[in-house]
Design a binder for this molecule. Structure first.
Ligand SMILES: *Cc1c(COP(=O)(O)O)cnc(C)c1O
Length: 382
């Protein structure tokens, strides 16, 4: 083939070779764009904690963290200790908050200089004990308060208990106090969110009075950054926005999805009326069809909920619907009326046909689709 006609209306400069297997292309320029956009929204020089949990939302934690460290992020957050360990082994030097530490990980948290979120009495006491036994002084920790999400965190009336435990030993020091918003993307829940923010302020005031120093405060995730500028405090925690999604059409316009999932056509079949396609004969043809088999399935992150005409892919700019059940390693799509051949590139999602739009077809959200792209899929950086 002499020329590759690529649909790259938004950025004609990008000329990636066409996909010859299933790949997740990651655009580090788009990451930079998103980071700078979110930073431009910050009030009073708030710091930026980049959330890189779950392989940086299914992309690649190490490359993304290296890039963000270079761009000037102030902090990283991961969900679990092992995610932080991987970043340290890759040479990441910024402080790393572990959002959901578990007592069996406390030794490696200290060994790799990670900073735990202490969210209840058990983790507080066990972490203080380990830090004390290791003769640590002022080991950085973070205290999380539950202001309505009812997921992780101390209650407002725990302040005296926490500060008395902290003051009894000098082994740990609180670097930040934080909470998490339950519905920051939903403007119908503005009153609930405002109550969360006010409750957090009160708790923080009480805590600071009782402990005698002022940790940094943070409560905003991406939608909090965009919708609640009055709640940026000393730091924000941006996740999905870095990866290109703002949880609303209005905000999406200013962000660029960093990942494009591409694959190719392995085989084309012609199907007669009455024939079936795939396992359990879930698709029964009502006429003549052309189908393409693609090397991507639920083990790659395209869940079974996208099967049976819910999800679609793009082939030479045209939508091809997934027919029948999604297999572990393959899907079959309807290419009747689409001009294409074996070997042609297929787009599952990119910055035009977004992961958010595809996720909506299966009644889920961009977060779930992008974090599901499995480690089997090759990552390629632009
Ligand atoms: C995942 C997570 C974030 C990031 O949220 P986004 O909506 O992706 O910006 C922030 N804070 C906590 C506690 C989280 O678990």
């Amino acid at each position: 083939m002499l020329t590759t006609q690529r649909k790259s209306l938004q950025n004609p400069k990008i000329t990636m070779p066409k996909a010859e297997e299933t790949v997740l292309e990651i655009d580090l320029k788009a990451l930079k764009h998103n980071f700078l956009h979110l930073k431009s929204k910050l009030k009073n020089n708030s710091k930026f904690m980049a959330v890189v949990k779950a392989f940086a939302y299914g992309s690649d934690a190490i490359e993304i963290a290296k890039s963000l460290q270079h761009l000037g992020a102030d902090y990283f957050a991961v969900a679990y200790a092992n995610e932080g360990v991987e970043l340290r082994k890759a040479g990441i030097t910024l402080p790393i908050l572990v959002l959901h530490p578990i007592p069996s990980n406390f030794k490696s948290i200290i060994e790799y200089n990670l900073e735990p979120n202490l969210y209840n009495a058990k983790v507080l006491n066990e972490f203080i004990e380990i830090a004390t036994n290791q003769n640590k002084t002022d080991y950085p920790v973070h205290i999380k308060f539950n202001t309505g999400l009812n997921r992780l965190g101390f209650w407002k009336n725990d302040v005296d208990y926490i500060t008395s435990k902290l003051k009894a030993k000098s082994s740990v020091k609180v670097v930040t106090l934080f909470s998490h918003l339950a519905a920051s993307e939903d403007l119908n829940e503005k009153e609930f969110t405002t109550n969360q923010i006010n409750s957090f302020k009160n708790i923080a005031d009480n805590f600071i009075n009782a402990i005698g120093y002022k940790p940094m405060l943070h409560i905003c995730n991406t939608s909090g950054i965009l919708n609640y500028p009055e709640a940026h405090f000393d730091m924000v925690r941006g996740g999905i926005g870095l990866y290109g999604f703002g949880n609303s059409d209005k905000e999406n316009k200013f962000l660029k999805p960093i990942a494009a999932l591409k694959t190719m056509i392995s085989q084309i079949h012609t199907i007669e009326k009455g024939e079936s396609v795939g396992y359990n004969r879930a698709f029964i043809s009502d006429g003549f069809y052309k189908t393409a088999t693609l090397p991507i399935g639920h083990a790659d992150g395209i869940g079974r909920q996208y099967g049976n005409e819910k999800g679609y892919v793009l082939i030479n700019g045209k939508q091809a619907t997934i027919i029948g059940n999604v297999c572990m390693d393959m899907i079959m799509v309807n290419i009747t009326g689409i001009d294409c051949k074996e070997g042609d590139e297929v787009v599952v999602f990119n910055d035009n046909a977004t992961a958010e739009a595809l996720a909506a077809k299966a009644n889920t959200i961009s977060y779930e689709l992008i974090t599901s792209i499995s480690q089997r899929v090759k990552r390629q950086f632009i």
